[in-house]
Design a protein around this ligand. Structure first.
Ligand SMILES: Cc1ncc(COP(=O)(O)O)c(C=O)c1O
Length: 457
């Protein structure tokens, strides 16, 4: 037990988490500094949040200006311009089919809003049986009880049992390791067909929605869905009258080189998209559910969407969101993500020639993950007693890198860490990041070798 009162959030983490966390006192661009003056590169933008980089003075000014002018007006009993302007801006960037934007304070809350909205819609049109949700295994959709229940992670079963309603699960279309009788192409299409089989098994009349991340985060190590897979799941959902929700909480808002990651697939438009993280870019807790006017207006003409959270669409957050999106525009950050993503990927691929622990580099734009293996050819994962995600995080800190990684699903699907720096990272900063990563992986591999864990390259 801590001797002091309160403490930072890590007092709640397991005592077995041994990597000491730096005390950050300053941040600017891709850089962070601790209380001892050590500099770090924010390799993963926190948990893929700080898309526009730290310490942006224009965003800080917009926040202060809004706080001085009008700090709060409750959206249940009043309207305000920053709300109107922000939803119009998000909707125009997202494009047709997403005319309505319901704001929230975080990804999990926005995902719950999406599920609640669709369920209320089904009830309003008297489709009372539509309540089942289908998700991928593995996947991550949030940390609240309902969103944990739809998160594809079997390790949560003892917690959820008798406590919350779990989603139905189908396999995620992993492309790095595929079952022996499959190629990546045949496997991803088999995974798409698993949705059709699952819906038929449950009965389409009982299925409300299929929720999927267009590019995963930590749960699957930045695995992008293939366009063929996306087109097929869209077809299946349409055929069975099941809503398709894209969880773009992490991969949306320009991360992959498009405003929505799913803009990469013009024929696989979702019914609902959920955004968070990069939308507020760390300056304010901001998230959004994007929905077509047709659905929202229909529900409004029946029961209305019954929801309310105190901080939804609060003026300071809306003004912050507008200032963040203005930075996307003035710095052309969506294009920068595509461009800089290519540069960084090339450099990481070069690094892989030197480091046999790099099994796979995958992702889209500036949302990438590096999978760590003991043997590149055999694609063998590290054993349970050597969680590579923790070891790489430890050496990263020693070499001035803050890396987002954590062993997920007990390493069942592999181990990876996220490489997703702020979208305005420069070429020189990419070089510095890769050089620090080189040193980090050097130490990582030395420890793995010393423990006889690394195989041949
Ligand atoms: C894909 C995905 N969905 C949902 C969430 C939950 O968002 P939040 O942590 O803002 O509640 C996250 C957060 O990491 C995420 O990556």
């Amino acid at each position: 037990m801590s001797e002091k009162l309160g403490g930072s959030q890590d007092v709640f983490y397991a005592h077995s988490n041994t990597v000491p966390l730096p005390l950050i006192v300053k941040a600017e661009g891709i850089w962070m500094w601790d209380d001892e003056g050590n500099s770090y590169i924010d390799v993963s933008s926190g948990p893929v949040v700080s898309n526009i980089g730290h310490g942006n003075p224009r965003v800080a000014d917009a926040m202060a200006k809004q706080a001085r002018e009008m700090d709060f007006a409750y959206s249940r009993v009043s309207r305000h311009q920053p709300n109107i302007d922000l939803t119009a801006r998000i909707s125009s960037l997202a494009g047709p089919g997403y005319e309505r934007v319901c704001l929230a304070s975080g990804g999990s809350e926005a995902m719950e809003i999406a599920l609640k909205f669709l369920r209320q819609y089904a009830v309003a049109i008297k489709q009372f049986e539509k309540r089942k949700i289908i998700t991928l295994s593995p996947s991550y959709h949030g940390g609240t009880i309902a969103t944990l229940a739809i998160t594809g992670d079997d390790a949560l079963d003892p917690f959820l049992e008798g406590f919350a309603v779990k989603s139905e699960r189908i396999p995620a279309p992993f492309q790095y390791r595929v079952p022996q009788n499959h190629t990546p192409e045949t496997y991803r299409m088999a995974c798409a067909e698993a949705l059709d089989v699952k819906i038929r098994e449950i009965g389409p009349e009982n299925v409300l929605a299929f929720v999927v991340e267009p590019v995963g985060g930590l749960a699957n190590g930045a695995q992008p869905l293939h366009e063929d897979y996306a087109n097929r799941i869209r077809e299946i959902c349409t055929q069975h009258g099941v809503f398709l929700i894209y969880d773009e909480i992490l991969c949306g808002t320009g991360r992959t080189g498009k405003f929505l990651a799913s803009h990469a697939w013009p024929d696989a438009h979702a019914d609902i998209v959920v955004l968070a993280k990069g939308l507020g870019s760390g300056y304010a807790p901001l998230a959004a559910m994007l929905a077509p006017a047709e659905l929202v207006d229909k529900l409004a003409s029946l029961t209305g969407f019954n929801f309310s959270h105190t901080y939804n669409a609060n003026p300071i957050t809306c003004a912050t969101g507008l200032a963040v999106l203005a930075e996307y525009e003035s710095q052309d950050l969506v294009a920068a993500s595509a461009e800089r993503g290519k540069t960084l990927r090339r450099r990481l691929e070069k690094l892989a020639e030197k480091h046999p622990s790099i099994g796979d580099i995958r992702g889209a734009g500036l949302l990438m993950a590096i999978e760590l293996v003991t043997d590149r050819e055999a694609k063998t994962s590290f054993p349970a007693e050597f969680p590579p995600t923790e070891v790489v995080r430890k050496y990263g800190l020693q070499h001035g890198l803050i890396i987002y990684s954590r062993r997920t699903a007990n390493g069942k699907y592999g181990d990876w860490f996220i490489v997703a720096p702020p979208l305005n990272i420069t070429e020189d900063e990419c070089d510095e990041l890769v050089s620090r990563l080189d040193a980090t992986l050097g130490d990582f591999e030395a420890e793995a070798l010393a423990r006889n864990l690394m195989g041949k390259s």
